[in-house]
Design a protein around this ligand. Structure first.
Ligand code: MG
Ligand code: MG
Length: 250
């Protein structure tokens, strides 16, 4: 396993691609309203990526047709935007976006509630998933291990009564979208690869309100919970530095 170490200059470039992703996600967030379709989000994102002189990391990746993954309610990840998928008050939609700018990738995801009436149980799922990402980011320190990141997510999620998805994981990122290492959202403290300055990690907890099992639909992409429970997903691209974790996608 060859984990690429980025120079400070390369991390600076990745900060630009990360910022571009953040800007796209903020634009998309403003479009998430009852009655919008997931294709409306795709259209806004595609225009913004082009306007910034960036390229989509997703469109064409293994044949994926869009610049966003939009995963509604029990969809976990890799949902395909559609003009037929109308967002309703009370839905949640995970929006995942990756771009390439100046040869470097950025990758980030947020799960956004549709409308203003968020049920308390749904709010808790979103809050716990986001908090588990923030906790995992704090573990991305020189000398820590990958197991510390996975354990941080798993402990917080399971303490809240939710389940960590095991079939999909985070990843190293840089000149490719998916570099080594794989970053599971479960693990044991002190185990796995030791983190070094210059590693850049896409950390992305995927959390189900019910059981952990997921399956992929007939479209070959959309992953859903087997039990139909809601699922949330948050992701940041994070550089490990001597000064601590540096979140590049905000
Ligand atoms: Mg992503
Ligand atoms: Mg990712």
């Amino acid at each position: 396993m060859a984990i690429m170490i980025k120079t400070r200059g390369e991390i600076e470039k990745m900060r630009r691609s990360g910022k571009a992703v953040w800007q796209v996600l903020e634009e998309v967030r403003s479009k998430v309203v009852p009655g919008a379709t997931t294709m409306d989000l795709e259209t806004a994102a595609e225009k913004m990526i082009a306007d910034m002189g960036a390229k989509s990391a997703f469109k064409g990746y293994n044949g994926f047709p869009c610049v966003l993954c939009t995963s509604v309610n029990s969809e976990v990840v890799h949902g395909i935007p559609s003009a037929r998928r109308v967002l309703r008050e009370g839905d949640i939609v995970s929006v995942d976006c990756g771009v390439i700018l100046d040869g470097f990738y950025g990758d980030s995801a947020v799960t956004i509630p549709v409308g203003s009436k968020v049920q308390p149980g749904v709010r808790k799922l979103l809050d716990v998933t986001q908090a588990s990402l923030e906790q995992a980011i704090q573990e991305a320190q020189v000398g820590s291990s990958l197991g510390d990141i996975g354990a941080a997510v798993q402990e917080m999620v399971e303490a809240a009564g939710f389940s960590v998805v095991r079939d999909f994981v985070g990843h190293g990122i840089g000149v490719k979208m998916h570099e080594d290492p794989q970053i599971p959202n479960y693990g044991r403290r002190g185990q796995g690869v030791k983190l070094k300055a210059g590693m850049v990690l896409a950390i992305e907890p995927m959390v189900n309100a019910g059981a952990a099992e997921v399956k992929v639909l007939q479209d070959g992409w959309t992953a859903v919970t087997v039990d139909g429970s809601l699922s949330a997903h948050f992701e940041h691209t994070v550089a490990v530095t001597e000064e601590g974790p540096l979140v590049l996608t905000r």
